[in-house]
Write a protein that binds this ligand. Structure first.
Ligand code: KMT
Ligand code: NI
Length: 179
């Protein structure tokens, strides 16, 4: 994770720009992200697969028995424009969203406790877990390329549930977990 910050309120400029808030320009720290259930590890993408290593432990302990690779770029992702749009619609999932970034970079935006956007920059080696029920979205940055491993517990369900989804069970469980 190469930084996380509160976003500005400029909805005209390209979503791929950093959009760092001029009012709160400092980075937010990991503990604030941990407080909203967002977890992060930095791994070596050239050498992460050893038994007993962090990746292996995470997989076993959290039961991630499914994985695949997604490449998001204009020429690699089918239905690119439509996908980019739906990634950037504010949504939640009934399960965790786990991404291990293998190449490229992008931004995950998550809602703070006070419902402000926090932008998290991810790049090669970042493994990020967004909890079930958190409102979030994703965008490429202006380099327009990311390749990530998607992990899942059981049969994968990628369905985004767009906001408002305040009475969704995953949302209610998530809000309870914040108390
Ligand atoms: C998602 O669900 O938002 C994605 O898979 C985005 C690409 S992975 C960094
Ligand atoms: Ni999502």
């Amino acid at each position: 994770m190469s930084g996380a910050w509160y976003m500005d309120e400029d909805y005209e400029t390209d979503q791929r720009e950093p959009h760092r808030s001029p009012n709160e320009p400092a980075d937010v720290d990991m503990s604030l992200l941990a407080d909203i259930g967002v977890l992060h590890w930095k791994l070596d993408t050239a050498n992460y697969e050893g038994e007993g290593g962090t990746f292996d432990k995470l997989r076993k302990e959290r039961g991630y028995n499914y994985s695949d690779i997604i490449t998001v770029s204009p020429d690699k992702l089918p239905n690119y424009e439509q996908k980019i749009k739906s990634f950037f619609e504010e949504h939640l999932h009934s399960d965790e969203e786990i991404r291990f970034i293998l190449e490229g970079s992008g931004y995950f935006d998550v809602r703070s406790k006070g419902d402000k956007w926090i932008r998290i920059k991810v790049e090669c080696g970042d493994l990020i877990i967004l909890p079930a029920g958190i409102y979030h979205r994703f965008t490429l940055d202006n380099k327009n390329y990311i390749k990530a491993m998607r992990l899942f517990q059981g049969e994968p369900v990628w369905t985004p549930i767009n906001r408002p989804a305040d009475s969704h069970p995953a949302r209610m469980t998530y809000l309870q977990s914040l108390q």
